[in-house]
Design a protein around this ligand. Sequence first.
Ligand code: BGC
Length: 459
Amino acid sequence: MKFKVNNGLIYFFGALGGLLFGYDTGVISGAILFIKNDLHLTSWTEGIVVSSILFGCMIGAAISGALSDRLGRRKVVLIAATVFCIGALGTALAPNTMFLILFRIVLGIAVGSASTLVPMYLSEMAPTAIRGALSSLNQLMIMTGILLAYIVNYIFSSIEGWRWMLGIALIPGLLMLIGMFFLPESPRWLLKQKKEEEARSILNYMRKGKGVEEEINEIKLANKLEENQGGWSEVKQLWVRPALVAGIGLAVFQQIIGCNTVLYYAPTTFTNVGLGASAAILGTVGIGIVNVIITAVAVLIIDKIGRKPLLLIGNAGMSIALFVLGIVNVSLGQTTAASWTTVICLAIYIAFFSLSWGPVVWVMLSEIFPLRIRGIGMGIGSVTNWLANLVVSLTFPKLIEQFGISTMFISYGIMGVFAYIFVNKKIPETKGKSLEQIEMELRDNAISKGIDLAHTITK
Ligand code: BGC
């Protein structure tokens, strides 16, 4: 039978999408140094080469959620893996800037799809007690992908081998394609398609026969309640609005609290404090290792501590680090003390991000939407996340030029304070609840506010 692979492998191959996402986020920072010379990029085309992938990611995130509601999670992940391999090869062999940009967009479509589908697939496969841990496995794979990219950059930098750096992504791409071929479809999606026998045999296999009938009944009940609704009109219903606000808020705040700009800025900071080029690259690898370790800690504690406390602790830590950064840079100027404080604060910021907003956002996006719109909901969350990422990445260099780095750090810190307030007010705790329970609570809350669930389509 197709799914005669053990649970560990199911989760591992399922999470490979995260690795690809991370690899492509990390690899360009090193590769661009050599692409710039080789293809004679201007600062304008350099920006486009770097951020074109984000544009593709938006498209991928926009189409893959709804597509997977229709075709199934597994099929769309297979398509994404194929597109990924094409993109990886295309960027590695690109004869000129035009082709490079084009294939970076193709690659982005696959990465954006993976960012939507992988957490969704994992959370639908996982038993409640370890669902958070399994979904945040995705973030662990993102961080591992970034780390691998740093290492590959380091290895190939001596021969200026940017084509190798980009092309090596083909290996995990192929692994995902082959692995996914043997993985089962999500039982939750199958039940939605009324393929109960198939769903039962997959659940029986994965849960070793334990609690399978209860789980099937829970999923069926949730499905039944939604039978008469469909697609985008559901998204507009008043009772799902709190989930939508929570999802979009988390997706946008994750980016406007500055995670990617700080990650990109970190390597430059090492050279600023006087490290040589190779030491700076090694320092970057060090940051990558710390990221992976702390994300692993988050995976271990997310189902115990809960999502909300992690987000709040993360916000407090990140904002304090950013405020100190901003103030130190203004008051101490270009001194050694300022440089080292900068390194320490950046490390603290990244550590808190890896513990909280990095993993928790993707976990929660996969949990908070009702089943029938989970695909679309995740899609909306991912698209807004990539859009916010694109806006922040494109504006960052100009904003630094205009206002200086200190003001930028302080602004991201202030965004962190807003994010803290937002989480406190708008985010429900989902720890220890089944996906169906989370959905019931959404309905109950709507009923308690007097929203009529049967007639809630807004104009
Ligand atoms: C974010 C990405 C980021 C990555 C690594 C993810 O959770 O969505 O934008 O690049 O973490 O920090």
